[in-house]
Design a protein around this ligand. Structure first.
Ligand code: CAA
Ligand code: NAI
Length: 730
């Protein structure tokens, strides 16, 4: 039985059992229905408590069963909605004891109960939208009736998870307890036996609508369209809530079902669910020596240090402090220290405010302290150090040499380099096995991704410690191998290059960005480059001798070693156009550090003059071709990364892109996207592009892509086995 029953006095306690998260699989639903019917008929039972085994109410419907479900038959036969309806109609009070999580269908089940008691550490949310769905078991009809349209709209369309103290303030749960929620629920159930239940049935509650409800819903759709470009589920969620506003409960449920089914088997839902499982799979890392996530022993980090309080160091320090880790922040001079400490303090103040507002001033754990210093000796007691100084190998080596002599034995030494050789940095230390790349993304206190770059000597302890730390920091860690630019930036390079070549060929930054933004990217390549800072790539190209003083004299302007090269980004930097930080880049901004990108006549004029000076003929490129021209080389590089064994599998690449590069989650990630549009299509286009542009090597189709197409394009989950990792270094 997936739902167990035991009787406490006159209360039947029904426990959902389906480890690890008590997901409501079809079997659990059938079992719940049987037990519910059984206890409602049992005259000795006067009240019912619903809870989950092992301190977790329920993680919602069983996502693993979705791909095996035929919406036309299976969902209509029996659904969680039927279970909810039986619970809600019961003449005996039903109390939900929410411990751990009540998410998605789990919360919908709790909403069908007459009372809800939550443990103070429990978290609740209707997260279906993040899986490309909508709450399909009455959630869109009950939540607005319970907490009002604006609050329900926010929760349902964003998939926000709220802690129990917030849930009680919102009115989602009746009370919280620091003790056992089950005991408390039993107590309440006994107390309310015989009391009228009609007012406790959410389905009977009238919906409280603000007077401007139509414009509220319409405005929400506009905002969501901008925030989640091209994603359907957020829009459809609003329509389901509109049904709650306009229709009686029973009709609203029918409409909700209809809308749910419209999303259920969509490509977007498949992509989001793939992304969910991909994130779980990357946590299960392994190395060729056999060390893996299960056998390694992560160390707890209590004190961490950050070296360099520039763009990245600031965010990293905040991220650590938010996770209650004590931080020591080191700078090179007074001026930079003051600038950095002001910035960190300001971000922490904003974060504290946000946290207090979110938790409605309920008591919560405070942030870790941050100590600012110029003294490297302050690092001697740090458990882990993250270096975030300029992208310069000589400087990084000098720092690591110093760390080697100052830090305690066993301290972990991490570098935030965005692409330099981890092994070379580790080579100057007394502990290469305790050196690793921790590649955060900007802004580091907000971005979810942490690329964990394993050096040749990195031990399983440091990998597991940093992967564990990523979870503590509420980030998604992905272990990758050490190669120039690692995985994320290695794929980004051809994408950005292709976008810049389009400018040479006659397109504008606005046109290119628009195509990629319509595809679903939060920002097109040029707006993103302006945000990240054009000088970062410029410094790195100088470091590699592609421009600047190290460039060999006589190198052709638009070629490097026989390959096509565009000097456009270098010229912009030479003009002092670094992007948002200097108020101008590919766009112009209202001020230095401004966020609103506006068309810049200077850039248009400059591009025009550049094309004229180099006698470049304008090419007519359709929007579809702009998309393929930019994305397919990125995907192609993904296949090359797999071939080289730099990433463990396509899921790793997709998790990196979904969480660090603004890839639209409802398209799953670049490798998943390739599998959806069909590998033959990608191959044919790359072949065509390469034939016409033999001086762009990133267009040359990878051997793996060719091999997969030859094998009949097997599904993505089979690529790992097809690959066999002949060259894998992971
Ligand atoms: N269905 C199936 N498996 C699930 C699951 C679910 N709803 N939720 C979690 N799991 C699995 C994970 O895949 C993982 O399995 P593996 O160990 O095999 O990889 C395992 O449970 C543990 O999950 P986590 O590693 O994520 O553990 P955690 O403790 O960090 O987080 C959690 C637990 C908060 C529940 C998180 O897993 C989560 O957010 N789950 C999804 C919740 C959700 O979105 N539910 C809505 C489902 S859709 C729905 O309910 C539709 C409807 O309207 C009827
Ligand atoms: P930044 O230029 O904004 O900051 C670097 C900081 O390091 C400056 O404050 C500087 O004073 C300090 N510094 C320099 N030498 C020092 C020394 N000897 N001791 C102490 N502090 C010193 O650089 P940013 O952008 O923060 O980059 C830092 C690192 O992070 C680089 O390796 C970069 O490649 C990487 N990175 C940058 C990303 C970005 O978006 N900016 C993204 C991911 C990684």
């Amino acid at each position: 039985m997936a739902a167990l029953k035991h009787i406490v006095g006159s209360v039947a306690v029904i426990t959902i059992r389906n480890p690890p998260v008590n997901a409501l699989s079809p079997q659990v639903q059938v079992s719940l229905m049987e037990v519910l019917k059984d206890v409602t008929l049992d005259p000795s039972v006067k009240a019912i408590v619903l809870c989950g085994e092992n301190g977790k109410f329920s993680g919602g419907a069983d996502i693993r069963t979705f791909s095996k479900t035929d919406p036309k038959t299976d969902i209509k036969r029996m659904s969680l909605d039927d279970v909810n309806s039986v619970a809600e109609r019961s003449r005996k009070p039903v109390v939900a004891a929410v411990e751990g999580v009540a998410l998605g269908g789990g919360l919908e089940l709790a909403l069908a109960c007459h009372y809800r008691i939550a443990h103070v550490k429990a978290r609740v949310g209707l997260t279906e939208v993040l899986l490309g769905l909508l709450p399909g078991a009455g959630g869109t009809q009950r939540l607005p009736r319970l907490i009002g349209v604006p609050a329900a709209l926010d929760m349902i369309t964003t998939g926000k998870i709220v802690p129990a103290p917030v849930a009680v303030k919102l009115g989602i749960v009746d009370s919280v307890t620091e003790g056992s929620a089950v005991e408390e629920a039993i107590h309440l159930a006994q107390k309310v036996v015989g009391q009228p239940l009609e007012s406790r049935r959410i389905c009977s509650k009238p919906i409280q609508c603000p007077p401007n409800v139509d414009s509220l819903l319409n405005d929400a759709k506009v905002k969501l369209k901008k925030q989640f470009r091209g994603a359907e589920s957020h829009q459809v969620c609003v329509e389901a809530i509109r049904a709650a506003v306009q229709l009686p409960f029973a009709e609203g449920i029918v409409k909700e079902r209809e809308l749910f089914l419209s999303l259920f088997n969509s490509d977007q839902a498949k992509a989001c669910q793939y992304a969910f499982f991909a994130e779980r799979s990357v946590a299960k890392w392994t190395t060729p020596s056999g060390a893996n996530w299960k056998s390694a022993s992560p160390q707890t980090i209590r004190t961490a240090a950050v070296i360099g309080l520039g763009t990245m160091g600031q965010g990293i320090a905040v991220s650590l402090a938010k996770a209650q880790i004590q931080v020591i922040a080191v700078e090179q001079d007074e001026q930079q220290l003051e600038k950095g400490s002001k910035a960190v303090t300001a971000i922490l103040e904003r974060e504290t405010l946000k946290k207090q507002q979110f938790e409605l001033a309920h008591k919560s754990d405070s942030f870790g302290s941050v100590t600012f210093t110029l003294d490297f000796n302050a690092l001697k007691n740090a458990d882990l150090v993250i270096e975030a100084v300029y992208e310069n190998m000589a400087l990084k080596k000098e720092i690591f040499q110093r760390l080697s002599s100052i830090c305690k034995p066993g301290a972990f030494l991490c570098t935030n380099t965005s692409g330099l050789d981890i092994d070379e940095i580790a080579s100057v230390t007394d502990r290469p096995h305790l050196v690793i790349g921790t590649h955060f993304f900007s802004p580091a206190h907000l971005m979810k991704l942490l690329e964990v770059v394993r050096g040749y000597h990195s031990s399983s302890t440091i990998i597991s410690t940093v992967m564990n730390l990523s979870k503590v920091l509420n980030k998604v860690g992905v272990v990758v191998d050490n190669c120039p630019l690692f995985v994320g930036n290695r794929l980004l390079l051809p994408y950005i290059n292709q976008a810049v070549f389009l400018l040479e060929d006659g397109r504008t930054p606005e046109e290119v960005d628009q195509v990629l933004e319509e595809f679903g990217y939060a920002m097109g390549p040029f707006r993103m480059s302006d945000l990240a800072g054009l000088d970062i790539g410029w410094r790195s190209r100088m470091e590699f001798g592609l421009t600047g003083p190290k460039l060999l004299p006589g190198a052709p302007v638009r070629q490097r070693e026989g390959k096509r090269y565009s000097p456009l980004p270098d010229i912009l930097c030479e003009e002092g156009r670094f992007g948002q930080k200097s108020g101008k880049g590919w766009y112009q901004y209202e001020t230095v550090g401004g966020r609103n990108a506006a068309r810049d006549p200077w850039v248009h004029n400059f591009l025009h003059e550049y094309r004229r000076a180099h006698a470049i003929k304008q090419k007519n490129v359709s929007q579809g071709e702009i998309l393929e021209w930019c994305l397919y080389p990125l995907i192609n590089e993904g296949f090359k990364v797999l071939e080289d064994g730099i990433a463990s599998g396509p899921e790793d690449i997709d998790v990196i892109y979904n969480n660090g590069y603004g890839w639209p989650r409802h398209k799953g990630g670049p490798m998943f996207y390739a599998s959806m549009i069909g590998l033959p299509r990608v191959l044919v286009k790359l072949e065509e592009f390469y034939k016409n542009n033999p001086d762009i090597p990133s267009l040359k189709p990878s051997n793996l892509l060719k091999a997969l197409v030859k094998q009949g394009s097997p599904p993505l989950k089979e690529w790992r086995s097809q690959l066999g990792y002949p060259n894998s270094r992971l």
